[in-house]
Write a protein that binds this ligand. Structure first.
Ligand code: FES
Ligand code: FES
Length: 159
């Protein structure tokens, strides 16, 4: 039986002819099968980043990632990023009122979380290079401020 692990829960996939989960993009598996709707559909072709989740810790565009390519891997969606929405990024996002319409923001936060995991003190250039998620509302300055605030919180908590 094929399985994937999403937010710590191991899920067995259906493999019948009429409903072959492995053929689906991961985005639609989490949104439709699991009703985890925090991951958004934007462009559907890997360009905008609204659908970003982590696959074994790497930010991954779920709209172009077939479930068959992540069998046995560990996926984290925005719903699984923290226990109580208390990831330093989520707290900074609230404190700095980062979102406007909010549509791109789970993709922004998941991308930023992977950045801070690998680089807890990113420079402006590091942030610009990593944050390749489109925000049609133009919140990029506040996103940068939120990442810097989360970085400072992470460093303070590790002292
Ligand atoms: S919806 Fe996946 S990159 Fe745009
Ligand atoms: S907050 Fe509206 S698209 Fe980013």
């Amino acid at each position: 039986m094929n399985t994937i692990t999403i937010n710590g829960q191991t899920i067995e996939l259906t493999d019948s002819d009429s409903n072959n989960d492995s053929d689906k993009p991961l985005l639609w598996f989490v949104r439709e099968n699991l009703e985890l709707t925090g991951t958004k559909f934007g462009c559907g072709v890997g360009m905008c980043g609204a659908c970003t989740v982590h696959v074994d810790g790497y930010p991954t565009r779920s709209c172009i990632t077939p479930v068959s390519s992540v069998l046995g891997k560990s996926i984290t969606t925005i719903e699984g990023l923290s226990e109580d929405n208390d990831h330093p990024l989520q707290q900074a996002w609230v404190e700095h009122q980062v979102p406007q319409c909010g549509y791109c923001q789970s993709g922004q936060i998941m991308t930023a979380a992977a950045l801070l995991e690998n680089n807890p003190t990113p420079s402006d250039e590091d942030i610009n290079n990593a944050m390749n998620v489109i925000c049609r509302c133009g919140t990029h300055q506040r996103i940068r401020k939120g990442i810097k605030a989360a970085s400072e919180a992470l460093i303070a908590s590790s002292d």
